[in-house]
Design a protein around this ligand. Structure first.
Ligand code: SF4
Length: 91
């Protein structure tokens, strides 16, 4: 492994890092509500995050606090976020 590859690996967001909670907060979803927890479990959203090919990009936007303006372009959970956001106004 070259020094560059090592540096890249060190800066890769760790697979277990909880991007889902941060992403939800960023788009305006309450990650702790009963409905959200149920939906996350049934929709395999955590698994989608852990295997997501866009974690680096996601991490950068979360860090820059502009995830909510960009996630629709790349996030594999975007439709799930839309469903959760739509549900928020159903209650
Ligand atoms: S871009 Fe990937 S890691 Fe980020 S919230 Fe969406 S699915 Fe999860």
């Amino acid at each position: 492994m070259s020094t560059g590859e090592f540096d890249d690996a060190m800066h890769m967001p760790h697979a277990s890092q909880d991007f889902l909670t941060l992403a939800m907060l960023s788009v305006g979803i309450d990650p702790d509500s009963f409905h959200t927890l149920e939906f996350v479990r049934d929709g395999f959203m955590s698994r989608t995050c852990i295997t997501c090919p866009h974690r680096r990009r996601c991490h950068s936007h979360l860090e820059a606090f502009d995830f909510e303006s960009h996630y629709r372009d790349f996030c594999p959970n975007r439709d799930n976020f839309s469903k959760l956001l739509a549900k928020r106004y159903d209650a």
